[in-house]
Design a protein around this ligand. Structure first.
Ligand SMILES: CCCCCCCCCCCCCCCC(=O)SCCNC(=O)CCNC(=O)[C@H](O)C(C)(C)COP(=O)(O)O
Ligand code: A3P
Length: 341
């Protein structure tokens, strides 16, 4: 008889019965796709003649031996440089402007479309729908907070801007009025000295420090978040049977398992929303690959990757071995185990 529930720990007694969507509950090794993408991009940037010539014209700085060097040049100097040959090496490529630069909006829409259309939420029995939705929103809040603090604001400049300044970087060649910012200067002026976006917008040169790749960070975090959500909440294989099969759900009210019929994979809205999410994931991967080829040093890409993978690990993989944490944020597609006593 089922008497208590718990998330399984590795090495827990064999009498624990899991209700997990094993085939769609990916192992941590899936995250290897990201370092592999960065390695592949870096290799391509070395062996491709086009990429190599792009690096050569941007090699004036020994600190950033890629066309990332060019990124920080003031407009006047940039105008004398040829436009990169490859479309995706241009910062103003349409995918960078309308996808990556407003990337968190796309990720938010994709996540909401899952939350509103997936049978895992919409057809969940009893108060399980509320619990699953709240936990999903909590996971979204965690990754959004991480994105916000790392790239936008961390009690002032974002973490990547602070890292840049701490490692010796600064905003150079600022117009004189801006450069004289002191303790009494308004935040708007200080921002120019301490944040990459404001420095570049004022015509300054963001130069000299370790410039963690915001693109790598955001694209890895956003795509891993969506992929783990979409896979975890997939109804394709639950108990060894095919799609449209019966899915076991634990009914919180009486502690017993109930069997819930789900026919919603035939629901076109759910299908389109899943496709939309995979398009966002696919485009994120492609833009990550492009960043890997055309922008930044390998160390700057690696630091972006490490920060994002840490957040993903804490949100999606740590709960598997830490039941107390799993109770709070949940594991998509992974129901509590039932201990048979
Ligand atoms: C005590 C802790 C307090 C923490 C407070 C956290 C508050 C979180 C609020 C979050 C608001 C969520 C809003 C969600 C809706 C949106 O997505 S609106 C924002 C839209 N903006 C973007 O999507 C920008 C995405 N772009 C970037 O982040 C950067 O451009 C980049 C990709 C990192 C690259 O950087 P560059 O400098 O441009 O190269
Ligand atoms: N895949 C990509 N496509 C186009 N531009 C990219 C890119 N990856 C990075 N960049 C550009 O490289 C600069 C540094 O990126 P990041 O630090 O976020 O990785 C940014 O320039 P701007 O800030 O001048 O727009 C960004 O737009």
């Amino acid at each position: 008889m089922a008497t208590s529930t718990a998330y399984p720990r590795s090495g827990s007694p064999s009498q624990t019965k899991r209700h997990t969507n094993a085939k769609t509950h990916p192992p941590a090794t899936v995250l290897l796709i990201y370092p592999l993408t960065l390695i592949l991009g870096s290799i391509y940037s070395v062996i491709s003649p086009t990429a190599r010539s792009s690096q050569n014209f941007g090699s004036s700085s020994s600190l950033t031996p890629t066309i990332a060097t060019d990124i920080n040049l003031p407009t006047s100097q940039r105008q004398h440089r040829p436009n990169p040959v490859n479309y995706f090496a241009r910062k103003n490529n349409i995918f960078n402007l309308y996808f990556v630069k407003i990337g968190w909006v796309w990720i938010t829409f994709a996540f909401l479309s899952l939350l509103l259309t997936r049978p895992y939420y919409t057809k969940a029995p009893g108060n399980l729908r509320g619990k699953r939705s709240v936990q999903a929103l909590l996971r979204y809040a965690i990754v959004t907070c991480a994105w916000f603090l790392t790239t936008q604001w961390f009690f002032g400049p974002a973490i990547i801007d602070r890292t840049f300044v701490i490692t010796g970087g600064k905003c150079e060649r600022l117009p004189a009025a801006m450069a004289n910012a002191d303790d009494n200067t308004a935040w708007e002026d200080l921002k120019v000295v301490f944040t990459a976006a404001a420095c570049k917008a004022s015509g300054g040169l963001w130069k000299g420090g370790h410039d963690v790749s915001g693109h790598v960070f955001m694209l890895v975090l956003g795509s891993a978040f969506l992929a783990l959500e979409v896979l975890g909440t997939s109804q394709s294989v639950s108990n060894g049977t095919a799609e449209n099969s019966q899915v076991h759900d634990k009914c919180e009210s009486d502690g017993e398992y109930t069997v819930v019929n789900e026919h919603s994979s035939t629901d076109p809205v759910a299908r389109y929303s899943t496709k939309f999410v995979w398009v966002v994931i696919g485009l994120s991967w492609w833009m990550l690959f492009m960043t890997a080829i055309w922008f930044h040093t390998w160390l700057e890409k690696l630091s972006g990757l490490l920060i994002s993978v840490s957040v993903v690990y804490i949100t999606y993989f740590l709960p598997r071995s830490l039941p107390a944490w799993a109770d709070i944020i949940g594991i998509p597609g992974f129901e509590p185990a039932v201990r048979i006593e």
